[in-house]
Design a protein around this ligand. Structure first.
Ligand code: PHE
Length: 452
């Protein structure tokens, strides 16, 4: 691709901007909503331990692998495989990514809509005064069972996403992420300090940080790996797409390392807030599933003077974190239609958004509203496939592609542009060629146990 074409596609304004944007994609509901949910469902600290191992041993490897493919080809995931290995079936790995991105968008934005609704609820004072775990539970039930409200907020969240993506790379995605992410982090740290000083916090902390090895199972490992991929936005071409906007002089290794570190730190801190709070309220282990943070957070705000203002701010930031992720999910598909099908950015963003909206309606109604959807809990099922199965398969193929199809030498050459020394080369090569693919295959085997 020549310079002119690349300028037309857009590039990140700076290295910091590109890292912020990738971190923005990574940090989202996956950290604040999904991570605590999965920890609570999968035995607490043992899950946290396996999760950390999955990030360090596999996540980092795959992150760098995707960034390399993206920057080398400077294309969307489908175009990237076509560009490096023309006329081969490798492009289907890219299609899988585009499809997963759209599916993730479809249900993830539902939860983003919940966060939007909770901004208003908190600001209105719904959680002020003497609230109890029962009253918070009831608020959630009423809200999530109201099909009109849920769908409206879902529509709202998807519309903002389409709007930002239609505006393009530098002025849209990068600008917003840079301004807003640091705020979120500061607030989370503040809340964690508050949660850790609540009476009874220690029970929550030991659930969260003291591993009980008897709870280790194949399913726990599968869910932990899935959570690592989901949280780092890996295995579906997201980081290929973002890598395609990174300049040749940037150091991809440090970018990958930073994104993994920042993402894990936020998830970890989110756990430090929620588990002590649940223990304090006496509901640790009793609330599980998708409603966990929506029932847990209001409780901590009620322990802080003026907490409802902080609570409002918190849900605003959660919504922003979610939106910086939804725009990345949409961006994968949009980059595909812009690069490969010559659509305009605006048309691609709004049409794909509409598709995701229609696809997401069963998820939106799966907590009440329509029995067909509540019975099978559509959202939970779509989430299972999009977070555990599809990214793992995608990541497996990405490793095999680099190790055996494109060739490790070519990948290393691309990494050395911007990082001439590449000290971690032997470890990365070993992980891409052997460790990560073998581990993923073994873990995928547990799907059977996880689905019962
Ligand atoms: N990484 C995002 C999060 O943790 C989720 C996500 C995955 C978003 C894949 C887009 C694509 O919230």
């Amino acid at each position: 691709m020549d310079d002119l074409d690349q300028r037309k596609r857009g590039l990140w304004g700076s290295k910091v901007g590109s890292i912020f944007a990738a971190t923005g994609s990574a940090i989202g509901l996956g950290n604040i909503w999904r991570f605590p949910t999965k920890v609570s469902e999968n035995g607490g600290a043992i899950f946290v331990l396996i999760y950390i191992l999955a990030v360090v041993l596999i996540g980092l490897t795959v992150m760098l692998a995707e960034l390399v493919i993206g920057r080398h080809s400077q294309r969307n995931p489908v175009g990237a495989f076509k560009n490096i290995k023309p006329k081969t079936p490798w492009k289907f790995v890219g299609y899988l990514g585009v499809l997963t991105g759209i599916l993730i968008l479809s249900y993830y934005t539902v939860i983003a809509g919940w966060a939007a609704a909770y901004i208003l609820k908190t600001a209105k004072g719904t959680f002020r005064g003497n609230i109890t775990s029962e009253s918070v539970h009831q608020v959630f039930q009423e809200f999530s069972g109201n099909p009109v409200q849920v769908t409206l907020f879902f529509f709202f969240a998807i519309s903002i996403t389409c709007f930002i993506v239609s505006k393009g790379i530098k002025s849209g995605i990068e600008r917003w992420t840079k301004i807003l992410m640091p705020f979120l982090f500061l607030l989370i740290v503040f809340l964690a300090i508050r949660a850790l000083t609540l009476p009874g916090a220690s029970e929550g902390i030991s659930f969260y940080l003291k591993p009980d090895f008897s709870k280790l199972s194949g399913a726990v490992v599968l869910f932990a790996l899935g959570q690592a991929f989901f949280s780092l936005s890996l295995g579906m071409g997201m980081m290929i797409t973002y890598g395609s906007y990174i300049s040749k002089s940037d150091n991809l290794v440090s970018s990958a390392g930073w994104v993994c570190f920042a993402d894990s730190l936020v998830a970890f801190t989110a756990g430090l807030i929620i588990f002590p709070t649940l223990a304090f309220a006496g509901i640790l282990g009793k609330v599980k599933g998708e409603s966990l943070i929506f029932e847990g957070y209001p409780l901590i705000f009620s322990t802080i003077p003026g907490g409802y203002i902080l609570g409002t701010l918190f849900f605003i930031l959660v919504l922003i974190a979610a939106i910086t992720s939804t725009i990345s999910a949409l961006e994968v598909a949009v980059a595909y239609f812009v690069d490969e099908r010559n659509w305009s950015r605006g048309k691609a963003a709004w049409l794909v958004g509409l598709c995701a909206f229609l696809l997401g309606i069963p998820s939106a109604l799966s907590f009440g509203g329509m029995q067909v959807f509540t019975k099978i809990k559509v959202l939970t099922r779509v989430d299972f496939v999009c977070a555990n199965v599809s990214p793992a398969v995608g990541a497996l193929f990405i490793c095999i592609f680099i190790g055996y199809a494109w060739g490790i030498k070519n990948a290393v050459k691309e990494i050395r542009s911007g990082n001439p020394r590449f000290r971690l080369q032997p470890i990365w090569v070993f992980s891409v060629k052997y460790l990560s693919p073998i581990a993923i295959i073994i873990i995928l085997y547990f799907i059977k146990t996880a689905t019962g």
